[in-house]
Design a protein around this ligand. Structure first.
Ligand SMILES: NC(=O)c1ccc[n+]([C@@H]2O[C@H](COP(=O)([O-])OP(=O)(O)OC[C@H]3O[C@@H](n4cnc5c(N)ncnc54)[C@H](O)[C@@H]3O)[C@@H](O)[C@H]2O)c1
Length: 329
């Protein structure tokens, strides 16, 4: 099987690359390395079944050919992370909209159309106050702090694009609303909470909680997420569907900080900073974000294999090794 992965040098994309090479598939990854890293592909690059192109999906003229080659496409390329969304909005809009449209249009023009998994986001639920979000729930984007929603709006528009291509051009796309996913290779640079906490705890530096820490999130291990996305790609019956994906165990960010500290055996203190200080502008975070997975479970048979504690233990061990390597002898 031929698998094309856009954003293939990123956090989720590179794990998809490794998984599909492991399954014996031929894999082609495209990434402009704007937030992804070539080092995420160091194992993959040893495989004769792997090809990488450092290219921008918005402008690359080879995209049509790459899409034509593929049986399955995981479209993961996007500009992500709260900081980049606030600081580089034009790039967010162009990449997340034009990039997606180019992939879908290239696929729609083919006689034998590939199966496509499109990465949407739990961000689309916005300020919905229900304890967990199902696909039928309202999407609540507030008018204050208007620009904060530009990433969210692109992801929502991607879902509409996918639906339109399914209805009008018979494409086989499934839009997946990914909830917080964590694991090795996730960069903390753009405001991702777990990599930041783990790095701070390993260095015995203050663990900085944004806001008061009562906001909750549900974290899914990357290995579980790769499994979910792969099962969905295999299931043609999910064509045209929009589905949540993640883990529904919930934890407050303050409890997460405490758990990371404990697992890392760290002497860090836990401090609180305002969102305005963290992002350099006022910012209102959503209180909670927990997936209702009822609909997903109608389509795939899946049980998460990794608990939050196990994922954090792995990440803490990896970070300790990294910090030891960086220390002068
Ligand atoms: N990680 C999460 O918890 C999460 C949650 C919700 C949705 N998602 C979605 O999953 C996908 C993957 O996210 P991730 O966490 O791996 O982020 P990531 O930043 O690690 O991966 C995105 C990749 O896309 C690449 N990219 C960006 N613009 C590009 C362009 N114009 N051309 C080619 N490549 C480009 C980046 O270099 C990066 O490698 C994204 O679409 C994101 O919106 C992720």
């Amino acid at each position: 099987m031929n698998v094309l992965i856009t954003g293939g040098a990123g956090f989720i994309g590179s794990h998809l690359v490794d998984h599909h090479l492991h399954l014996g598939h031929r894999v082609h990854a495209i990434d402009d390395l704007s937030t992804g890293f070539g080092t995420n592909l160091s194992e993959a690059l040893k495989s004769p079944n792997f090809k990488f192109d450092q290219q921008d999906i918005v402008t690359w003229t080879g995209l049509e050919k790459a899409v034509q080659w593929a049986d399955v496409i995981f479209h993961m390329a996007a500009v992500v992370g709260v900081k980049r969304v606030l600081e580089d909005s034009l790039k967010v809009i162009k990449t997340n909209l034009t990039g997606t449209e180019r992939v879908l249009e290239a696929a729609a023009n083919l006689k034998w159309k590939p199966r496509i998994i499109l990465a949407s986001s739990s961000e689309v639920y916005g300020f919905n106050t229900k304890p967990s979000f199902s696909e039928k729930d309202d999407l609540v984007l507030r008018s204050d702090d208007h620009f904060r929603w530009c990433y969210t709006a692109t992801k929502l528009m991607d879902e509409f694009l996918a639906q339109a291509y399914v209805m009008e051009r018979d494409l086989s796309v499934t839009s997946v609303r990914l909830f917080n996913t964590i694991g090795p290779r996730q960069a903390g640079t753009y405001g991702m909470v777990v990599p930041n906490f783990v790095r701070q705890a390993a260095g015995n530096r203050s663990i900085t909680v944004f806001g008061d820490g009562t906001q909750t999130r549900s974290f899914c291990d990357i290995r579980d997420m790769v499994h979910i996305l792969t099962l969905l790609a295999e299931n043609e019956k999910t064509k045209g569907k929009i589905l949540n994906a993640g883990n529904d165990q919930e934890i407050s960010i303050l409890d997460l900080a405490k758990l990371v500290k404990k697992i890392s055996k760290s002497s860090s203190d836990i401090t609180f900073i305002d969102y305005a200080e963290a992002y350099g502008r006022p910012f209102k975070d959503v209180d909670h974000r927990r997936p209702d997975l009822t609909e997903l479970n109608k389509w795939i048979t899946f049980e998460p294999k990794w608990t939050l504690e196990e994922t954090l233990e792995d990440l803490a061990a990896l970070e300790e090794k990294k910090q030891q390597l960086r220390m002068p002898a």
